[in-house]
Write a protein that binds this ligand. Structure first.
Ligand code: FES
Ligand SMILES: [Fe+2]
Length: 462
């Protein structure tokens, strides 16, 4: 391995220096923005437990956050054709997302203008939006096309009865909605993040949705989300699943000044020491774990032995390229090694985490169910493909006690370790004596950044 001697981690600068010491000599061509460390001085270090437990705070979030932000509603590949619809329900918002004849997307409030029935209860392809109660009907464009016995409604004018719309935005293959149809555009909300992705050449909309599950969790949506915003818990929670791949201390956290709506985490595969060595033996252990966990079909290969000329990263890269070709006909041979085996995940306020590189080809988002104590997590695998784009996978609903592993494989095993914790965290927060959670300076800086923005939305800094 050509890595320079790393520094023992004692500060955030050490994390950055160790991260950089990998890429400087290896020339793995990570995008320019990945090579720039970015931190912000966020004063907030404690958060009131009521943010996770109080019904009153939940209602403030519904009012001041969910009804005032852009939020992911669905994967655009789920509605490829005119008339395809998807449903989005969150925090009292119910929207029907409809692919238009010209390929654009509209989102309508899912409530009939007659007596309020939900217009759509199922997703799928439709020629129109027809209410099953009395038959009021709207075209895909939201114009009312049938008002049965219109003569009996002197106060309604079919010609002037469009379905109310939500604002719609699209980014990286995802459809976002904003409850306020006159909201400022999604691009403005996302700040410099889209430009960062574009400069890096990251493109999720070139992938296909291979897996989608919606998992119910007995915890506040932020409790669940925050378990995915730091690697600090990995030694205690994931000793046999994540830790063999590398130390969490090498995971970088980037906060961008002036950007309230996103932050970023970065990590490297196959780099396993923070204490001065990246020994062959430890690299070999990482490779063995990788093969056993992610690519057992390659366990009989004869090129899995780590040497100075065949590092853990060399091997992981080769296996990842091979697996993508065999599984989905995807050609990753021209992709930067960073983009193939390393990992990077963004937090998009309030609840969305897309992973642009293939180390973990994930995207997920969190929504409260009906109060502060329960939530759902939508988890997507977005994979590269060959000449033909495979169809989007159907979403599978997982109940509170259903494991993720049967549907998500090795990643599901990791998630199940987190899922086992989340209800217990929620219970502990509800009986907290101190009434606060403490957040670290660096490893948990993305959570501090999130809560700082949340506080601004709800007008609360406790
Ligand atoms: S409630 Fe929809 S047509 Fe009557
Ligand atoms: Fe975890």
């Amino acid at each position: 391995m050509t890595k320079a001697s790393p520094t023992i981690i004692a500060s955030s600068n050490d994390v950055y220096e160790n991260f950089m010491s990998l890429y400087r000599p290896e020339r793995d061509d990570p995008p320019a923005s990945v090579l720039e460390q970015s931190t912000d001085d966020i004063p907030l270090h404690t958060v009131s437990t009521t943010r996770y437990t109080s019904q009153e705070f939940h209602e403030r979030e519904v009012r001041e956050v969910w009804h005032k932000v852009w939020q992911v509603a669905c994967w655009g590949g789920d509605i490829p054709n005119a008339g395809d619809t998807s449903l989005y329900d969150n925090a009292g918002i119910s929207a029907v997302i409809v692919r238009q004849n010209d390929g654009t997307v509209k989102a309508f409030y899912n409530s009939c203008l007659h007596r309020g029935m939900r217009l759509c209860n199922t997703q799928g392809s439709r020629a129109s939006l027809k209410c099953r109660f009395h038959g009021y009907t709207w075209g895909l464009d939201g114009k009312c096309t049938n008002l049965p016995h219109a003569w009996d409604f002197p106060n309604l004018d079919q010609e002037n009865l469009p379905l109310p719309e939500l604002a719609v935005g699209e980014w990286q293959g995802f459809i976002f909605v904003h409850p306020d149809a006159s909201a400022r555009p999604l691009e403005a909300y996302l700040g410099s993040m889209p430009a960062q992705w574009e400069a890096a050449g990251w493109s999720l909309d070139s992938r296909f949705k291979a897996i989608h599950v919606t998992k119910k969790i007995r915890a506040n949506w932020k409790v669940a989300q925050e378990a995915f915003m730091e690697g600090y818990h990995a030694p205690a929670v994931h000793p046999d699943t994540i830790m063999p791949a590398g130390p969490f201390e090498l995971i970088r956290a980037d906060i961008f000044p002036g950007e309230p709506h996103f932050s970023r985490g970065l990590g490297s595969s196959g780099v396993i020491d923070v204490d001065g060595e990246n020994s062959i033996a430890r690299q070999q252990a990482a490779v063995d774990h990788y093969v056993r966990f992610y690519t057992p079909e390659f366990s009989a290969r004869d090129d899995l032995v780590v040497t100075d000329a065949n590092t853990a990263r060399d091997i992981m890269h080769r296996l990842a390229v091979e697996k993508a070709r065999i599984d989905n006909g995807a050609d990753l041979s021209n992709m930067a090694r960073f983009d193939v085996i390393d990992f990077c995940w963004y937090n998009v306020f309030p609840n969305f985490m897309p992973w642009p590189t293939l180390g973990y080809p994930l995207a997920y988002w969190f929504r409260p169910i009906d109060g502060p104590n329960t939530c759902t997590m939508d988890i997507l695998f977005l994979l590269p493909h060959g000449d033909t784009k495979p169809p989007s996978a159907q979403c599978i609903d997982l109940d509170y006690d259903d494991p993720c592993e049967p549907y998500l494989g090795a990643v599901g095993t990791i998630l199940d370790e987190d899922m086992a914790n989340l209800p217990i965290i929620q219970q502990g927060l509800e009986s907290s004596k101190s009434g606060v959670v403490n957040l670290s300076e660096y490893f948990e800086s993305r959570i501090r950044h999130f809560h700082s923005t949340l506080g601004r939305y709800v007008g609360d800094d406790s």
